[in-house]
Write a protein that binds this ligand. Sequence first.
Ligand code: NAP
Length: 277
Amino acid sequence: MTAADLGAGVDARAQGALAGRVVLVTGANGALGEAAARACALAGATVVLLGRRVPRLQRLHDALAAIGPPPAIYPLDLLGATPADYAQMATSIGEQLGRLDGVLHAAAEFQGLTPLQNTEPSEFVDALHVNVGAPFLLTQACLPMLRRAPQAAVVFVLDDLQRVGRAYWGGYGVAKFALQGMLRILADELENSRVQVSALQPGPMQTGLRAKAFMTERPGTWPPAGTYADACVQLLAGASREHHGKVWTPAVTWPPATTPVATIDLPMAAPAPERSR
Ligand SMILES: NC(=O)c1ccc[n+]([C@@H]2O[C@H](COP(=O)([O-])OP(=O)(O)OC[C@H]3O[C@@H](n4cnc5c(N)ncnc54)[C@H](OP(=O)(O)O)[C@@H]3O)[C@@H](O)[C@H]2O)c1
């Protein structure tokens, strides 16, 4: 599926929209993160793959190296990472890759639907930390480099606040509201900079995260995460500032329209003569 299919107008991958740029993707082993990382590589970016499972990062690294500029992996557990860890990460990217042009925050922590009354306090706090604290800390550490880039982008990934602002969505739901607040505040602060701050709000996607909330849903009910990969590239490219400070939900047709099967009008076959017994 191309961005044109999404109603986005251009196929950002085909146009090399990220040629020569360095972008960091968190949750690179997740469904959306991996699809976006592949699309960024196809669009010409050097992708820094951030995740916590090294063998899977290594496999993705090899896959990206075959389709785009050599990527880099940066293993980090967002739950335990400190400001010093993020500072170290930014320094490494600067020293080894020389620049940073974009960050896509695709990581998310969600343990499943639980009433607040029954939620383990540590689970609630962890969800807030990974889903909103970590994006803040990572963005803060990267901002000096992003500000130096000719055209940079920070992309948060939201969820439908109508849905996750309801019963049982716990720390994940609360964090998505906070993330929308951070989008607005940061976009305002960077209004006169070259850094575009935006958010992607994908519709439901058939991923492991969704399956934790909707366990009985049949496969194929919702589009795969790759459906939104071109949208990630477009937001990271930040070519126009039309998305600055805004939440974008690309239009998706699902299931994709199938090509109609050609039918030919044939003359009705004459009924077979009855056999005499
Ligand atoms: N799926 C949907 O229907 C849907 C709808 C709207 C919005 N979204 C948003 O889309 C984004 C991507 O979601 P997804 O569906 O692709 O989920 P996913 O497949 O579960 O991916 C989430 C990723 O976050 C990583 N992660 C979680 N905790 C981490 C930590 N402490 N340190 C490092 N990485 C960590 C996971 O790492 P591991 O692989 O190591 O577990 C995983 O790779 C999320 O922001 C989500 O809120 C999803």
